[in-house]
Write a protein that binds this ligand. Structure first.
Ligand code: COA
Length: 158
């Protein structure tokens, strides 16, 4: 099985070409593929860790970890915990276990960076089993976010 090479960076540590590759991948997946007109590049990018996974020098997978207390899904309510989001595998690299590798590195990174805190996510409903297999459990009822059904999920600290 191929293994991803990971890099963690804050936004200001990425070069313009590196950031362009990330944004192009996010737009290709979350706007074009999922046919969802929404604001992808947002203010939270400056309040996040960005995790890139490369394979043979190409971006294959990506997620961001929004700092504790910054992510809001419902008006005025902020996640107290770090929040993993924008989880993607570039379409040409899917079905190789990269999504699993990416999430495991994301969880390990949260544990290192935010020791003792859980991880809260807004998960697309079709991936409930994927996130359950990584230790997340649903909190509350399904809700709509940008026209896509989601569940809030929480992973307890290790
Ligand atoms: C979700 C995603 C990151 C998975 O990436 P991947 O590299 O193909 O995932 P893996 O090969 O590691 O598969 C891991 C598990 O994901 C689940 N999974 C992957 N694609 C799935 C799909 N389309 N529907 C349901 N489950 C899926 C499977 O349970 C799989 O487990 P398996 O080993 O039993 O088959 C990828 O399909 C993607 O980028 N999707 C679009 C973006 C998205 O919806 N992100 C999540 C936002 S909450």
């Amino acid at each position: 099985m191929s293994t991803l090479s990971f890099r963690w960076a804050r936004l200001h540590e990425l070069t313009a070409p590196e950031w362009h590759v990330v944004l192009a991948a996010r737009e290709a997946v979350f706007i074009v593929e999922q046919n969802c007109p929404y604001q992808d590049a947002d203010a939270l990018d400056a309040q996040s860790w960005h995790l890139t996974g490369t394979c043979d020098g190409q971006l294959a997978a990506y997620l961001r970890v929004v700092d504790p207390g910054c992510k809001s899904v419902h008006a005025g309510m902020f996640y107290a915990e770090p929040s993993i989001g924008r989880v993607l595998t570039v379409s040409a690299f899917r079905g190789k276990g990269f999504g699993q590798q990416l999430m495991r590195e994301g969880i390990d990174g949260c544990t290192r960076l935010f020791s003792g805190q859980g991880i809260r996510i807004s998960a697309q409903s079709y991936l409930l089993d994927f996130y359950r297999s990584l230790g997340f459990v649903e909190v509350g009822d399904e809700y709509d976010e940008d026209g896509i059904p989601h569940f809030e999920m929480l992973r307890a600290p290790d």
